[in-house]
Design a protein around this ligand. Sequence first.
Ligand SMILES: Nc1ncnc2c1ncn2[C@@H]1O[C@H](COP(=O)(O)OP(=O)(O)OP(=O)(O)O)[C@@H](O)[C@H]1O
Length: 584
Amino acid sequence: MNRFRKRASAKPTTAYNLIVAARFRELRQLVPALRLKMTVMIILGILTGLSEMIGITLLVSLVFLLGQQGPVTGSAIAWLPAFFGNIDFSLSKPILVGILIGSILLRIFLGCVNSLIASAINHRISDRMRERLYAKVLAIPFQRFQDYERSDLINVIATESYAVSSAHASLVRLGVNFGTIVIFGIGMVVMAWPIALLGLAFGFIHNFALGFFAGAYRRLGASAVAAVEALTQLSWTTLQTAKAVKSFGLEKRHQQLFEALSREVGQTWRRSDWMGATTSLVSEILTFGVILTIILSSEFLPVDFKAALSATILLYRLQPHIKGFDSQILSLYEMEASLQKVLGLLSEKDDIKQTSPGEKVSRLAEAIVFRDVSFTYEHTNTPAVHRLSFSIRAGETTALTGPSGSGKTTILNMILDLNRPTQGMITVDGRDLATIDHSSWLQLLSVSGQDVELMEGTVFDNIRFRRDISEEDIRWAADVACATEFIENLPDGFDEWLGDEAIRLSGGQRQRIGLARALAGRPQILILDEATSALDESTEMQVFSAMKEDPGRTLIVVSHRPAVARLMKNRIDLRPPAATSKLG
Ligand SMILES: Nc1ncnc2c1ncn2[C@@H]1O[C@H](COP(=O)(O)OP(=O)(O)OP(=O)(O)O)[C@@H](O)[C@H]1O
């Protein structure tokens, strides 16, 4: 996912029965009321299997009865006397036919109820999973979020999240298959124990053969996840850097890379199909082998012919359940890598700022004060800002200046409470920012930067940015940002549709939309991080004088232009003292 992510555990190939327990443990962390859901679904599935077994047994008896006249005794239903002791059953042909039809109808009904419930539960699990993953992406600390590849996050939310409902469905089917195998097995023991014994031996050989495929399935799952991730990443970067790709004439190169990765994805799916076909073939051959053994040895087995026939048919009907059992186990191996991705993201710690309660703040009355503040990014050794102390006074304008890399954006991110000082303290009107309610603090602030993240939508949508802001405020903000004129010159004015790239807008026009977005919420504290760098000087001056007409706002401006810095009442210079004195 990214270079700092928690790695999927590189376990050696685990025994296949342990993998079921491992998946169950993982799912318990992800699916609420897992036991209840699985129990209901497994019982329904097993009842379906049971009605099938009754149907098969009665069908065989019915075939034998077809030539007979009058009522029949329990001996026609080979296994019943043995099962219930020597109770004498007297069933007429119509009753037998009735029970047979009843069990077929019950099987159809249960099968249908089963699929409907399974579909509802699985969709619910997928919905909840996507919501949880999305919420987690929004909840993790900003610094941690920056460690992730965006394309990987999209992949986990949109694709890997399905692994959870698939694993749940596989475990349920596995339970149903297992339960049905046990029930069919008991039926076979009652009808013809030597055949059941042969079946059991077959089961052991079968499971042993299955073990050979486990490791391959697990590796296949991991390489499928890696291949899809690489493909999404390439597509994402191609789209993100489309202009650069075209300017450098790299279309062919990207196409070749895409084709190579796409072939890899296709290959993993083909390998998966191939392995599925191979395991299915092994299972079919083994079943055929055991049935052939029964047929060849039927003369020597101490079993009633009708009972042997019923048991053999049961064994044959058992085959899809055995095959199902195999494929569920193997897909549980294959899902391991996807589930690890989901669990890895969900195990990220939430940003404590968003969850911990704090004192609410309704306005900035005095000042934001940095007291001996340092900040060091994770995985770096040198601090981005070191032992800074300064004040930003309420209602005044302040310029933050300094060379590239001196820590201006880092400071703004700390004011926005995206990052917290690793040393020292920031106070707001004398109170530690860390103790102030995060969302009430953000209500006071707005920020606009050099690169404006536009979204799919109209000009209105882009300025409103999914907040409850009136049209009047949007138009006012566009006026202050000197954006009204060019917006109204667009064919549909404020209703003009802008893509996330907004290609029809110049860099300066995009920045003015971003500025209007920041102003529209009428923030008490406005932060501009090189937010007017693409504007010509006279428009930039116009924007700042329009903003000055709205007094009472605290304005913090980062700019490399001395003229802009001079417009501000206060100045915080981040150049080292030596450099400052050299420059005078
Ligand atoms: N996410 C990050 N992880 C690690 N280091 C970072 C990160 N973001 C910034 N830095 C480093 O912190 C230092 C300060 O960066 P910052 O972006 O705050 O500087 P700046 O003054 O805003 O620069 P500019 O004027 O070029 O925008 C730089 O050395 C930069 O490489």
